[in-house]
Design a binder for this molecule. Structure first.
Ligand code: NAP
Length: 245
């Protein structure tokens, strides 16, 4: 059994789940966390183990630094090393700023952005000592272009982009790659509740005339985490079907 190990935040559903399974298929032991989906987590652990690698699921809020530190320590103790971190967990609390409550701002910034500090900080010394590692941050076109009604989300996702570039410069000499992928609209629970009319408008705005699938994103993520992308760092790759063109 290989010791290659990956941590994915928010692994139970959507994009995180698809990336978790692709990593497992590629021979990585995978640890993931989640906030409430206990049954989905149990099923995913079985699915990962069925692929012949080890799995670990942790119910822990990504915005809590102590939880991140504890999870990373447990992963290291159990699996021996940490090669990949995918900062994926995220939420939306869309509202016009005039109606946005302080909690809507704090929750989105803490879960989407502080989590990136929490997990990256918790793994970075291990990766520096190993002189290898790969951190991939899942950001959004909303963080590049800004979307009305998403001041909190756009700010969190733009923050991830600045973080990606700064950290890439800090840890490149330790052979650690840090990149981001900026998703457009992807079919997940996060987008399922958008009004049909709005969805169609967004589809019309893409060059490829469709929403992305979690498989589209996971395959791109695997490329960014592969040896084929070894000389790519500090970059933000848009995977949006041409939405932001
Ligand atoms: P999703 O289907 O809503 O899944 C979110 C995942 O994050 C779930 O596993 C959820 O766990 C976990 N999570 C949420 N809050 C958490 C917390 N406080 N602590 C730990 N885990 C938490 O979302 P998605 O659409 O796959 O999005 C994944 C990432 O892609 C997000 O960062 C999102 O901003 C980004 N993105 C998505 C789209 C899109 O169109 N879908 C576009 C651009 C960017 P539970 O199952 O326990 O709730």
């Amino acid at each position: 059994m290989s010791n290659k190990t990956a941590i994915v935040t928010g692994g139970t559903r959507g994009i995180g789940k698809a990336i978790t399974l692709e990593l497992a298929k590629s021979g990585y032991n995978v640890a993931f966390n989640y906030s409430k989906s206990d049954d989905l987590a149990k099923e995913l652990v079985k699915e990962i183990e069925g692929l012949g690698v080890k799995a670990m699921a942790k119910k822990a809020d990504v915005s809590n630094f102590e939880s991140a530190k504890t999870m990373v320590k447990e992963v290291k103790d159990e699996f021996g090393q940490i090669d990949i971190l995918v900062n994926n967990a995220g939420i939306t609390r869309d509202k016009l700023l005039a109606l946005m409550k302080e909690d809507d701002w704090d929750d989105v910034i803490n879960i989407n952005l502080k989590s990136v500090y929490n997990f990256s900080k918790a793994v970075i010394m291990t990766m520096i000592k190993q002189k290898s590692g790969n951190i991939l941050n899942i950001t959004s076109v909303s963080g590049i272009a800004g979307v009305a009604g998403q001041a909190n989300y756009s700010a969190s996702k733009a923050g991830m982009i600045g973080f990606t570039k700064a950290l890439a410069k800090e840890v490149g000499k330790a052979k650690i790659n840090v990149n981001a992928i900026a998703c457009g609209f992807v079919e997940t629970d996060m987008t399922s509740e958008l009004p049909e009319e709005y969805k169609q408008k967004m589809i019309d705005m893409t060059a490829l005339k469709r929403f992305g699938t979690t498989d589209d994103v996971a395959k791109t993520a695997m490329f960014m985490l592969s040896d084929g992308a070894k000389y790519i760092t500090g970059q933000v790759l848009s995977i949006d079907g041409g939405l932001a063109l």
